[in-house]
Design a protein around this ligand. Structure first.
Ligand code: PAF
Length: 289
């Protein structure tokens, strides 16, 4: 595994691979990697000739009151995980490499970025879209791998890639969970024992609704009520929504298309998100750009 910090070095490494027609996979991350990232890297390594992983804590996607300064870091562990999972090139730029003095051009996503997390994190998806566009331009991957846990991010990025004619296909990889159901997240490190116990209610609520859906319940209201009633132990629910997985519009009445039940909640001061897909055909949301 080669570790590079500059765009020029990365491009120099990738140029001969591209010239030989090798398939490049890309896994963008903000570090503090866990098995969810491991699954993305492994999929890329299995499907591509070379896998580039980036670790870059992107300041433009954090709001003023969010956890940028304290975002967890462990570069040594990250490098080991990348190596074990099959990374060919690890790209770890510093902030000036990505946002040099004078930087002023951003990608402004549309309506898809205004619902769900976008309502509570203004500017977040603008920051995500901007850095992912830059990283796509730097790496020029054939396939890019994203986790389903950040479902809205996958929808916003896929739309951006299509709208801006970026020749990359997105692969959305199912969420990896602890044995008891908690979705893996870099932010789980903030949970103490009590909060960890209560955080479990997110996945329990979603999986209860999914079980009801699989058992034949189709009414959006009933599924939402069922999930909501299982969230009594969290400190506040930011949103719990049943949405069309393609356009993120809320579903009312019967669920008759690929849907996602999405939740964001605070447990103590930690904000967690999770989602489940509620349609047999929703499993494959990989789309060509
Ligand atoms: O999902 C993440 O870790 C980030 O939003 C991403 C895609 C690496 C962009 O900074």
């Amino acid at each position: 595994m080669r570790v590079v910090r500059s765009i020029a070095d990365l491009r120099a490494l990738l140029r001969p691979l591209k010239a030989e027609g090798k398939r490049i996979g890309f896994v963008p991350t903000m570090g503090f990697l866990h098995e969810g990232h491991g699954a993305l890297i492994r999929q890329s390594a299995a499907r591509c000739d070379a896998t580039v992983v980036s670790i870059f804590i992107n300041p433009t996607q954090f709001g003023p009151s969010e956890d940028l300064a304290n975002y967890p870091r462990d570069l040594e562990r990250d490098q080991n995980l990348c190596l074990e999972a099959g990374t060919s090139v690890l790209f770890m730029p510093d902030v000036n490499e990505i946002y040099p003095t004078g930087f002023q051009t951003h990608v402004e996503p549309g309506r898809l970025a205004e619902t769900l997390c976008g309502r509570f994190r203004p500017g977040h998806f603008r920051g995500v879209a901007t850095v992912v566009a830059k990283l796509f331009n730097i790496v020029q991957p054939d396939l890019a791998f994203f986790g389903q846990k950040d479902l809205q991010q996958t929808v916003v990025v896929r739309r951006m890639a299509r709208d801006l004619n970026m020749p990359v296909d997105l692969v959305v990889v199912p969420t990896i969970r602890e044995a008891d159901g908690l979705a893996l997240s870099s932010r789980n490190i903030y949970l103490n024992e009590d909060a960890r116990g209560r955080a479990l209610q997110l996945s329990e609520a979603l999986l209860a609704a999914k079980a009801a859906f699989d058992g034949g319940e189709r009414e959006a209201d009933k599924l939402l009520k069922l999930a909501y009633s299982a969230l009594a132990g969290v400190d506040s629910v930011q949103y719990l929504e049943l949405v069309d997985v393609q356009n993120l519009e809320p579903i009312q009445g019967p669920v008759d298309k690929a849907a996602a039940l999405c939740v964001a909640a605070y447990v103590g001061s930690t904000r967690l998100i999770d989602n489940v897909l509620l349609s047999p055909s929703a499993g494959d949301i990989t789309q060509k750009s």
